[in-house]
Design a protein around this ligand. Sequence first.
Ligand SMILES: [Zn+2]
Length: 465
Amino acid sequence: MRVRVLLQVVADDGAGVPEEVACFEKQTERSEDLGLSITEAKALLAAVQERTVKVQAAAWIERHCCCQACGARRRSKGSYPLVFRTLYGDVSLSSPRLHRCPCQAGSGPATSSPLTELIPEHVAPERLYLEARWSSLVPYTSAAKLLADVLPVASGANANTLRKHTLRAAERLEAELGEELPSFIEGCPAKWLELPNPEGRIVVGLDGGYVRDWQDRKSNFEAIVGQSLPEDRDARYIALVHGHDPKPKRRLFETLKSQGLQANQDVTFLTDGGEEIRSLTERITPASEHVLDWFHIAMRLTVLEQYARGAAHLDKAAGTRLLEFLESIKWLLWHGNHFRAAQEIGLLEDEVDCLEVEYSHLSKFVRAARDFANYIAANATSLINYGERFRAGERISSCLAESTVNAVIGKRFAKRQQMQWTKRGAHLLLQTRTRVLDGTLRPKFERWYPGLANDNTSASQATAA
Ligand SMILES: [Zn+2]
């Protein structure tokens, strides 16, 4: 049998002649014969898209070929070819250039192109969206292949185009970010008290991750990645390339603001205590605290324990004493007894320094003990009573932040994929990737292109009902 698909575009005045857009010879012998093949479906979609876009473009040009002020027809100054890239194929259009109407003399440019005003980017917003979304999840080449697998976009779907389009979307996000400020605390404390009671505490876990440098293949650069978790609203991701991003504080502030941050809201920043991350959290909001993430304390203690066990094999008494010290330090830190913890850490440092064993990792052990003492001292003001918080059901650790680093940087930027990044390329892709991961990319596109929300589903459902 033959399947003919006719398309009829009905104009507002009811005019419109059906026209064949596709014709398929179908046989019915095997399962694969039923329905449309992917090639047929692509051809059908491309044909419908091409006709629809051309009719709409022509109607738009017709509407704009007359002067908006006096209604006189504008003189033509020729036309030029324009390719409109859509999800269902590239459509070649002819874009007329028109002279300004004499009645508008002196205002605006001498000529203009109505079609360029309609599609300044020459790319359909939905294509930009899907390209940005898929490129944020998988490498550019894979995203291009995925698109070409299921959509009639073969010509335009290559890694370079996808990268260009994705970074363009990211740059638009960046352009919307307000300016950087040394402090985002404004207003006066008296006013903060008058604010309505805020929703629960917001916990923000921030950590560093590494991305391989494109310019210097042997080295990495640092990306700061975090997740902001309000008690009863959706989580948001934040990511930036340290040293490249000129607006890290603004970025963090806007993330919190999008979650309903108000000046009297309790915010806990959980970090590894690194200086850069720590300074990022300063002066963002008045009721905030910086807390050293328990995960990082515990991790360092575990390393020290391993060294102490190693030493215990050679000198049982000394090793056991060191393990007892470590146990006690952990207990004191957990229960918020920072003064005694600091004393014990000092004693531990001395003990390790005075160890007289033929332990091959002794110098590393000595260094690790000293580093730990410095680490705790540098973060003295960021230690809390972890046990108490934990029993109250609050977050004290951002395995959270660790898993965020894996989620955000992980697969897309993974070292084993042998991918190298420029700081700019990584930073921009992190912006679309975080939005894809926390579900805020589509709403952003719908704000940029309000028509995206109008997809005819509610209309057809209403008709069906
Ligand atoms: Zn006019």
